[in-house]
Design a protein. Structure first.
Length: 279
């Protein structure tokens, strides 16, 4: 594939989205990023463990690779087992390990993905997944030096308590996971913290807006602009001020908890009354 700088390796769709940064589309489920420096390479997220990720990464770089997770959700951190050096914020660690995460839950997730029209991955019926504890914690302000390129971790609680984004201010790039995306921000279930904490941390990120131009999100194979960040802030402000006029959302495939959807501009937040204010 060469359309729009696309190619396939082991059925992952690969795109060079910035200088020495590849986006890896895991069969229409999620997006991971491989950033390469002069000495090391950093893989942001490992997806749902659906394919041969390590083999694919080796085809893109000959540098030693370590992993940082934007958060602990099933579609971002379950491929961690293929790598030796993995960092995840401790607040999200429980999401990736037994007894909470099990092979049964992973199989249910795989079955749902197979029913999605965009899914292009393998049939994983009967496959068992390995679970691995992260080798290190990610903390606010932690820096990852790749050799000539450095990423700083910034905490954005909301979607999950331990969500992180990664800023390369020298090259003006923000890798945002599910904290700033074009899809709805989910703050309504067991995994989530609150809209209040989310807005607090978005303001922290907005204060550094002059340090990045390009936002690389955790879903859909395209960069997004800073307008999403500002629309998400306004969306959260309206929810907290009681000015939201939400629609009833149907997210029963993800959680049994009630879900309201509020939209502002290009942004939308899925929430409920239990997840508005910080506890």
């Amino acid at each position: 594939m060469d359309n729009l700088n696309l190619r396939k390796i082991n059925d992952y769709v690969i795109q060079l989205v910035a200088d020495h940064i590849y986006a890896l589309d895991e069969f229409g489920v999620d997006i991971m990023y491989l950033a390469e420096g002069k000495e090391r390479a950093m893989l942001v997220d490992t997806g749902a463990g659906l394919g041969r990720l390590k083999e694919t990464v080796k085809a893109l770089t000959d540098k030693p690779v370590f992993v940082v997770n934007t958060h602990g959700h099933i579609d971002h951190a379950l491929g961690n087992y293929e790598f030796d050096e993995v960092y995840l914020n401790v607040k999200d660690g429980w999401m990736t390990e037994p007894p909470y995460m099990t092979n049964e839950k992973w199989q249910e997730f795989c079955m749902r993905q197979r029913k999605e029209p965009a899914y292009t991955g393998p049939d994983l019926t009967g496959k068992s997944l390995c679970f691995q504890k992260p080798s290190g914690n990610i903390t606010e302000g932690m820096r990852f030096d790749l050799g000539g390129r450095e990423f700083e971790a910034i905490g954005i609680s909301g979607h999950t308590p331990g969500s992180m984004v990664f800023l390369d201010s020298k090259n003006r790039i923000l890798i945002s996971g599910d904290s700033v995306v074009s899809t709805p921000i989910l703050i309504f279930d067991t995994y989530s913290s609150s809209v209040e904490e989310y807005l607090r941390d978005l303001k922290k990120l907005a204060a550094r807006q002059e340090e990045f131009d390009l936002i690389l999100p955790g879903h859909y194979l395209r960069p997004i602009g800073k307008k999403y960040l500002f629309d998400l802030m306004e969306c959260a402000e309206e929810i907290l001020a009681g000015k939201a006029e939400p629609e009833q959302g149907d997210f029963r495939h993800m959680s049994s908890e009630p879900a309201l959807v509020h939209r502002y501009g290009q942004a939308s937040i899925v929430y409920n009354e239990e997840h508005i204010r910080m506890k």
